[in-house]
Design a protein around this ligand. Structure first.
Ligand SMILES: Nc1nc2c(ncn2[C@@H]2O[C@H](COP(=O)(O)OP(=O)(O)OP(=O)(O)O)[C@@H](O)[C@H]2O)c(=O)[nH]1
Length: 306
């Protein structure tokens, strides 16, 4: 409608508005920027937002069921959804209502009747800030050597996914992976070449975890972790086996390994509602124990514990 905003085209804006006409107007104003998903109720919008994590939310104040203010407060409770900017769209907003918007966690509001150009420009400003903040967050969460996510993000993602799996009664698999005989490798080939091994491992692994929620983390030193939400134990074991095999196929010479090449061992544990894993710590301990099983059983293998 106004200008091309190419760098924002991969963003998503959620519009929560119960008047079909206003909803149509809002969507028409924003459709040139990026994908727009519209809802008539906050309940449905919240379900979508928690899963899809859009980049901006336009929220009506008065809604049947959960009000816009309560929906905004709800989003603030979760550190992940709290990062999504919420802009209220309201008519004749009084001073105390403006206060309520800020207190609920809104970043902005815009009055009805809508001035298309103002809405368009404000949306772009918020989307640009959001993208920059996401990028900064991502840089601070990436391990400089391997490009895998770092331990700090692992701790926060694990907590987030564990809560999600409990709430949805779904699976969450954790794979712990450790390079075998790595001290001997460093001693023989030097620390820099050792670093290259870790980089190669991260590259090989990234090729095997393709779903958007799956992620590889450097857990510490030569140990890595993979989080696989909505993935049952059998599937996680299969992914771990493929990674182990493909890394061996890289054929990185290791004179002091019985396998002649650098190998890894992996331990897999899975949370599901009917297993003995109830707490987050149980999941890590179980994956660690499975990794220990793989090491003591001879290395270069995957072991799992339910
Ligand atoms: N090159 C390099 N080496 C690292 C890095 N982080 C940890 N290490 C080395 O990894 C080695 C780990 O040694 P150990 O814990 O004894 O394990 P291992 O020799 O792989 O033996 P197993 O795990 O039992 O097969 C140590 O020598 C660490 O110095 C790193 O970032 N780069």
């Amino acid at each position: 409608m106004f200008e091309e905003v190419a760098e924002l085209s991969d963003c998503t804006i959620v519009v929560v508005e119960d008047s079909p006409l206003t909803q149509k107007v809002l969507c028409a104003c924003l459709e040139d920027i990026c994908k727009i998903v519209a809802f008539e109720s906050a309940e449905k919008a919240l379900d979508y937002i928690r899963l899809a994590l859009p980049d901006l939310i336009l929220m009506d104040w008065m809604l049947d069921g959960i009000t816009g203010i309560d929906a905004c407060k709800e989003l603030q409770k979760d550190p992940i959804t709290a990062q999504i900017p919420v802009m209220f769209v309201t008519s004749n907003i009084k001073e105390n209502q403006q206060e309520m918007c800020w207190d609920a966690g809104a970043v902005d509001f815009i009055s009805k009747p809508i001035v298309a150009r103002t809405l368009f420009n404000r949306a772009i400003t918020h989307l640009k800030y959001k993208k920059q903040a996401d990028q900064l967050r991502e840089y601070s969460y990436v391990d400089g050597l391997t490009g895998a996510f770092n331990r700090r993000l692992f701790d926060s993602d694990l907590e987030k996914h564990f809560r999600g799996a409990k709430r949805a009664s779904s699976h969450l698999s954790l794979v712990m992976i450790d390079v075998d005989y790595f001290k001997r490798y460093n001693d023989e080939y030097g620390h820099l070449q050792g670093d290259d091994v870790l980089k190669t491992f991260a590259l090989v692994t990234q090729r095997h975890i393709r779903r958007p929620m799956d992620a590889l983390y450097r857990y510490g030193g030569e140990e890595f972790a993979i989080l696989l939400p909505n993935t049952p134990n059998g599937a996680a074991m299969e992914i771990a086996r493929r990674i182990t095999q493909c890394f061996l196929d890289e054929k990185i010479e290791h004179k002091h390994s019985p396998f002649e090449y650098v190998t890894v061992s992996a331990g897999v544990a899975t949370y599901e509602s009917n297993t003995k894993i109830h707490e987050l710590k149980d999941l890590i301990d179980t994956a660690d124990s499975a990794l220990y099983d793989a090491k003591t059983a001879g290395r270069n293998r995957v072991c799992g514990r339910g």
